[in-house]
Design a protein. Structure first.
Lengths: 379, 177
C-alpha cells in the first residue's frame, strides 16, 4: 500500500512513540467511545493491516484536539482523512446520519446541471451582486441547513443575512452567487475526494470569474476548505480568504456600534476555525469591540475547546450527544445569556442537543452567530 | 437503503431514436395501505404504466428525506411517496410524520433546482387499486413531460448499460464511486 506509506509520511506517524496522549485527550474516547487515534497511528506504522476496515475510522470527530497535545506533532487529522479516502475507495463508507440526505445533496451539487434556488433568503434590504465584484460573500449551505433542520428551528441563515448587512454597512456590495456549490468539506472528510474535486474546481472557477479579490465567509468549515484544501486548485492570483470574524476584526473601527445594555456572552471555538486554522483572537477582538458585551470564557476554550461533535456529518451517536450536553453545561456555567458561535455546524448540533426533552431547560441557552451579534449592535 | 433503491435506466438504450422515453420512477409504499393498494391494482388487472420500482417500507413515516434524495442522486427521474390516508395509519400518526418529512424533502429538492413535479405525495388505501393505477399513470406522464432528471442525464452513477435494469446502480452501490 504505497499510498498508506505516503499518508504516514505526510502525517508524521513515524514519529509516534506510543505515549497515548492522543487517545487520552480524545473527547469521544473520554465519554466512552471506542475511538482511539493511537491504534490508527500505530496500525499505519505497522503496515496498515485492518486499519481501513476498523469500525472506528469514521467515529473520529476530526476536531484536532489530539493533534494539539501530541508531543511529536503527528497530524492525526491528516492521517484519518487519508485513511478515510483509502477506505472509501475500497467501498467502506460511514453510516451517515440523517439517512445520508446531506451527502446526497452534496453529491448532486457536485454533479451540477441544475439551477439551484439558493438566494431566496436575501431580503430586499440587502445589497448584493450576482456575478462580479471585489468582495465575494461565500454563503455555504446555510439555506439547505435551515430547510433540512426546520424541525429543530435552526436559523443559520440569520448569520448569512447579518454578514451581508455588515458588508453593506461598510459600503461593500458583495457578490452572492446563485451558482455557488457546497465547498465539499464534508465529502472530503468522509473520503469522497472525487466529488470534492468536482466541487472545488467549480467553486474556484466561479470565484475567479467574479473577479473578487477578497472572499468572506461565515462558515469555519468553508474557510478551512478554501484556505487549505483548495490550494492545489487555485490559479493565478487567488483572492484573500477571510472568516467574517477576521474581516470584522480588521474593520471594527469603521462600524458605528451602539450597545443595548450590558450582556454576558460566551464563545464556542469551532474546531476548523480554532485548532485547524489558529483563528482564536479575531472573534474575541470583535466581541470586545461591541459596546456592552462581556465575554466569559468557557472552561474549555481556545486550543482546548470542545467540538460540537458533528462537523462532517459522519458521526452522530450517544457520544456526540454527551459531548454536546457537556459543552452546553459549560456554556451555562459561565453565567452567559448568549452563546456566540462562528460556524453554522456548531449551531445546528448544539441546537439539536437542546431539544432533548429529558433535560428540559437545563442546557438551554440563546445562541447566535457572531455576525448577528455585531449586526444587532449596528447604530 | 444503499441496495434498496434500484433505479435502472428503463429500456432507454437500444430502444431506437423514435421510441418514447420512459422515465425511471421510484415509488415508496407503506406495507399496510399503498403496497396493498398496488397489489389490488395487480390482482384486479388494472392496467397502468410499468416504469416504476416499488420499495416497500413498514410505514410512510419511515420515508425520510435521505431515501428520496438518494433516489434522485442515483438518477431517479421521479419519486412517489405513498401511504395510508390520514387517520388510517396502521401506526396511528406515522403518515403525519410522513407529511412533515415530505415537506422538508420538497424544500430540499426545490433548493437543488429539481422540478417539484418530480416528487409527489399520495395516499392510497389497500382497497384503492384503481386509484393506485390512476396515480401511477398521472405521475408517470407528468415526469415523462419533464424529461430525464438532470442528475440522470449526466449519469455518473446510472450509466446507460446494455445490461438489464438496475445492474449499473448495484455496481455503483458497492464501489461507492
Amino acid at each position: 500500500m504505497v499510498e498508506l506509506a505516503e499518508a504516514a509520511k505526510k502525517a508524521r506517524t513515524w514519529a509516534c512513540y506510543d505515549c497515548g496522549k492522543c487517545t487520552a485527550s480524545c473527547p469521544v474516547a473520554r465519554v466512552g467511545g471506542d475511538t482511539t487515534p493511537r491504534r490508527h497511528v500505530l496500525g499505519t506504522n505497522a503496515g496498515g493491516d485492518g486499519v481501513l476496515s476498523d469500525g472506528t475510522l469514521f467515529s473520529c470527530l476530526t476536531c484536532g484536539l489530539c493533534e494539539t497535545r501530541c508531543p511529536v506533532q503527528v497530524s492525526y487529522t491528516a492521517l484519518v482523512r487519508t485513511l478515510r479516502e483509502l477506505a472509501f475507495r475500497e467501498g467502506v463508507e460511514p453510516e451517515c446520519p440523517h439517512g445520508g440526505a446531506l451527502q446526497s445533496v452534496m453529491r448532486m451539487m457536485a454533479r451540477g446541471g441544475t439551477q439551484q434556488d439558493r438566494l431566496g433568503w436575501l431580503g430586499q434590504e440587502l445589497k448584493t451582486e450576482k456575478n462580479k465584484g471585489a468582495v465575494f460573500y461565500w454563503t455555504g449551505c446555510t439555506m439547505y441547513y435551515d430547510a433540512f433542520f426546520s424541525d429543530l428551528q435552526v436559523t443559520t441563515l440569520n448569520g448569512s443575512r447579518a454578514a451581508v448587512r455588515l458588508l453593506n454597512a461598510l459600503g461593500i456590495t458583495p457578490v452572492v452567487s446563485p451558482e455557488e456549490r457546497c465547498c465539499g468539506h464534508d465529502l472530503l472528510w468522509n473520503g469522497d475526494r472525487t466529488s470534492f474535486e468536482m466541487l472545488a474546481r467549480h467553486n474556484v472557477r466561479l470565484v475567479a470569474e467574479s473577479g473578487a479579490e477578497l472572499l468572506v465567509t461565515s462558515c469555519a468549515e468553508c474557510l478551512r476548505t478554501w484556505r487549505l484544501d483548495y490550494t492545489p486548485y487555485l490559479e493565478g492570483k487567488p483572492p484573500r480568504i477571510l472568516h467574517i470574524s477576521e474581516f470584522l476584526a480588521e474593520h471594527l473601527g469603521e462600524l458605528k456600534l451602539r450597545g443595548d445594555g450590558s450582556r454576558r456572552v460566551t464563545l464556542q471555538d469551532p474546531c476548523r476555525l480554532g485548532r485547524h486554522l489558529g483563528v482564536f483572537d479575531p472573534p474575541r477582538q470583535v466581541l470586545a469591540g461591541v459596546p456592552g458585551i462581556e465575554l466569559r470564557e468557557m472552561r474549555h476554550a481556545r486550543q482546548a475547546a470542545l467540538c460540537c461533535a458533528g462537523g462532517t456529518w459522519s458521526n452522530c451517536d450517544r457520544y456526540a450527544k454527551r459531548l454536546q450536553v457537556e459543552r452546553l453545561h459549560e456554556a451555562r456555567a459561565t453565567g452567559a445569556e448568549l452563546l456566540v458561535t462562528t460556524c453554522p455546524k456548531c449551531q445546528i448540533h448544539l441546537r439539536c442537543a437542546m431539544h432533548d426533552p429529558r433535560r428540559g431547560d437545563e442546557i438551554e441557552i440563546a445562541m447566535r452567530d457572531l455576525g448577528e451579534v455585531v449586526a444587532g449592535a449596528l447604530a | 437503503m444503499s441496495k434498496g433503491a434500484k433505479v435502472g435506466r428503463s429500456k432507454r438504450a437500444g430502444a431506437g431514436p423514435q421510441a418514447p422515453w420512459n422515465p425511471s420512477i421510484v415509488v415508496f409504499a407503506c406495507n399496510w395501505c399503498s403496497y396493498a393498494g398496488a397489489d389490488t391494482a395487480g390482482v384486479s388487472r388494472i392496467q397502468h404504466q410499468p416504469h416504476f420500482r416499488m420499495i416497500r417500507v413498514m410505514c410512510s413515516g419511515r420515508i425520510q428525506p435521505g431515501f428520496v434524495l438518494r433516489a434522485f442522486e442515483r438518477g431517479a427521474d421521479g419519486v412517489l411517496v405513498s401511504g395510508c390516508h390520514l387517520g388510517d395509519c396502521h401506526y396511528v400518526f406515522g403518515n403525519e410524520r410522513a407529511v412533515e418529512q415530505f415537506e422538508r424533502t420538497m424544500n430540499m429538492v426545490k433548493l437543488l433546482g429539481l422540478e417539484s413535479g418530480r416528487l409527489r405525495l399520495e395516499w392510497v388505501s389497500a382497497a384503492e387499486g384503481a386509484r393506485f393505477a390512476q396515480v401511477i399513470n398521472e405521475f408517470t406522464d407528468q415526469v415523462r413531460a419533464l424529461g430525464p432528471s438532470p442528475f440522470a442525464r449526466l449519469g455518473a452513477r446510472v450509466a446507460p448499460s446494455p445490461e438489464p435494469e438496475a445492474s449499473a446502480l448495484e455496481q455503483g452501490a458497492t464501489t461507492g464511486a
